[in-house]
Design a binder for this molecule. Structure first.
Ligand SMILES: Nc1ncnc2c1ncn2[C@@H]1O[C@H](COP(=O)(O)OP(=O)(O)OP(=O)(O)O)[C@@H](O)[C@H]1O
Ligand SMILES: [Mg+2]
Length: 378
């Protein structure tokens, strides 16, 4: 099994192109700037370039430039001499010295203060290291720098938060990793890869993704990119009880919000009243709906409209619908049989592919209802 982070999974055109660019980047010794949102795989790129390069005998040294106060970052990078600050009991080499003849990966370089940027620029121009507290430079090192950022550096330059001269130093080869939502073709392969990986790691049987679940996962926007997908898969593997993962096993945030276009344009007032009795009045489905339907006081279309409305609420889940209509879980089969028998079972898929608009509508609507109630009360 591959170790974590030593493979660039994906077959989208963007990833294929990056693989090629990585190859020529590995052959040269030029500085590289990698940009892309958080969790897209910038460190994976850096690691692979280092491994394919002539420096691969050395360890890739990594440092995250965000979140460290200047003084600490400076001593981490350049080292310090004994007595240069409280707690500096002995001389210590910095990471740039450790990375001599190898590669350093500087993550979140866009977060560096202007002072640290000046120090880094000086190092990049001379290759000289001056430890904190030292009188003069004590070593010249040969380090390849790969820097990464999820910031838009042009904007940082415009706002004078990032030095333009440092930008041009770092940006000899520029690699951009697009967010996962712009290369959805990679999602199935990433899912498969991490499902296999985590099943092995947790000694579990490898679960299979049902096609419907897969298509929802491909449709999801993955704001946290591959890192989010990876963590999601680990939880999924740990929770998987049966061998197959269905949409019902997916968390709510993965399920797309409702799309306005699929709503029933007209709903009878009778249906509205029934829905109200079920959902707000917490009355039972069987006397409120089933009985009038069986005695033909309610039409098929009405029943379909009621079910659709419930499914909008539960995003297509019949199990949740059973709860919403106040039936015990044990009634699930009876409920579905009843709908099927009268040709009122709506395909749940259409309630899964819903857009944010309906959510916004729903909020507007409930605000309207509240206002109307207030007016009525007054
Ligand atoms: N294409 C890929 N194939 C396999 N694993 C990947 C891929 N892209 C990312 N990963 C994995 O996803 C996680 C996040 O990737 P990485 O740390 O490289 O992101 P990053 O861009 O450096 O994020 P940040 O900006 O937050 O530091 C890592 O565990 C990495 O191994
Ligand atoms: Mg990173």
């Amino acid at each position: 099994m591959h170790e974590e982070g030593d493979q660039l999974i994906g077959r989208s055109p963007a990833i294929r192109e990056l693989r090629e660019e990585m190859q020529y980047a590995a052959r040269s010794d030029a500085k590289i700037l990698v940009t892309g949102e958080s969790g897209v795989g910038k460190e994976v790129l850096a690691r692979l370039i280092h491994k394919q390069s002539s420096r691969s005998r050395g360890q890739l040294v990594t440092i995250n430039c965000a979140g460290l106060p200047d003084s600490l970052l400076e001593s981490e990078l350049f080292g310090h001499v004994r007595g240069s600050f409280t707690g500096a009991y002995r001389d210590k080499a910095g990471l740039l010295e450790t990375a001599n003849n190898s590669t350093i990966f500087m993550d979140e370089v866009g977060e560096m203060s202007l002072r640290m940027q000046a120090l880094l620029l000086r190092f990049m121009e001379s290759g000289e290291i001056q430890r904190v507290g030292a009188e003069r430079a004590q070593a010249r090192v040969d380090v390849r720098v790969i820097a990464a950022t999820n910031r838009n550096l042009s904007e940082r330059i415009a706002s004078k938060d990032f030095r333009e001269d440092l930008y041009y130093r770092l940006n000899v080869i520029h690699l951009t990793m697009p967010p996962l939502r712009e290369r959805r073709e990679d999602v199935p392969e990433l899912l498969e890869h991490f499902i296999t990986y985590y099943s092995a790691r947790h000694s579990q049987a490898v679960p299979k993704l049902a096609p419907e679940a897969l298509s929802q996962l491909v449709g999801y926007s993955w704001p946290g990119n591959v890192r989010e997908l990876k963590n999601f898969v680990e939880r999924l593997v740990l929770r998987a009880r049966s061998g197959i993962i269905t949409p019902a096993d997916l968390p709510m945030e993965i399920i797309p919000p409702p799309r306005a276009a699929i709503r029933e344009p007209v709903r009878g007032a009778a249906v509205d009243r029934m829905y109200e009795r079920l959902v707000n009045g917490r009355e039972l489905f069987w006397p409120v709906v089933y009985e009038p339907f069986m005695s033909r006081d309610m039409t098929r279309d009405d029943l379909r409209a009621l079910i659709s409305r419930g499914l909008e609420q539960t995003r297509g889940s019949y199990r949740l619908l059973v709860q919403l209509f106040n039936m015990p879980e044990a009634d699930y089969k009876r409920f579905l049989n009843f709908l099927r028998k009268h040709d009122c079972q709506m395909p749940f898929q259409r309630f899964r592919n819903l857009s944010a608009r309906l959510d916004a509508d729903a909020v507007d609507e409930s605000a309207l209802v509240m206002n109307e109630r207030r007016r009525a009360d007054a």
